[in-house]
Design a protein. Structure first.
Length: 145
């Protein structure tokens, strides 16, 4: 194995019909993540313009990631430190590849640099499955559709 490369082990997935089934450990963690009450600190504080919503494209793939990332980063920078949360609405997103995941992580990293959290709302089952399998759920506040 070349220097600097790491083997990533994903949770076991068994094929059942047309749908993949999570290992029990991942399923419990996912269920706990979704049923835990999520309260935005911005709402608690009742600040004006503390939260803005950005709608993701239906396909968050290599062709669409740059525009979405640029819009999110410019929104983060325009809000500055006055906001505590940036909300990404993934209701329309039904297809996401590795570059789409990388875009979400890049947005989360940029938001973290300025003291913000990223909240994903209306997350579809497909995207939620992808986030769970890649073990990226812990990076975001997730609210399922």
């Amino acid at each position: 194995m070349p220097f600097g490369q790491e083997i990533v082990r994903l949770p076991k997935v068994t094929k059942v019909g047309l749908r993949a089934r999570f290992s029990e450990r991942v399923h419990r963690r996912l269920r706990a993540q979704l049923h835990r009450p999520k309260v935005s600190r911005a709402r608690e504080m009742n600040t004006i313009n503390a939260e803005k919503i950005l709608t993701a494209p239906s396909r968050l793939v290599a062709e669409t990631r740059a525009e979405f990332r640029n819009a999110a980063v410019s929104m983060i920078e325009s809000m500055g430190r006055q906001a505590k949360t940036i909300t990404l609405d993934l209701a329309a997103t039904h297809e996401m590849d590795a570059t789409g995941l990388g875009t979400l992580v890049a947005i989360q990293n940029r938001a973290k640099q300025v003291g913000m959290t990223v909240r994903l709302v209306n997350v579809t089952e497909d995207v939620l499955t992808l986030l769970a399998l890649t073990e990226l759920l812990h990076l975001f506040v997730v609210e399922s559709a």
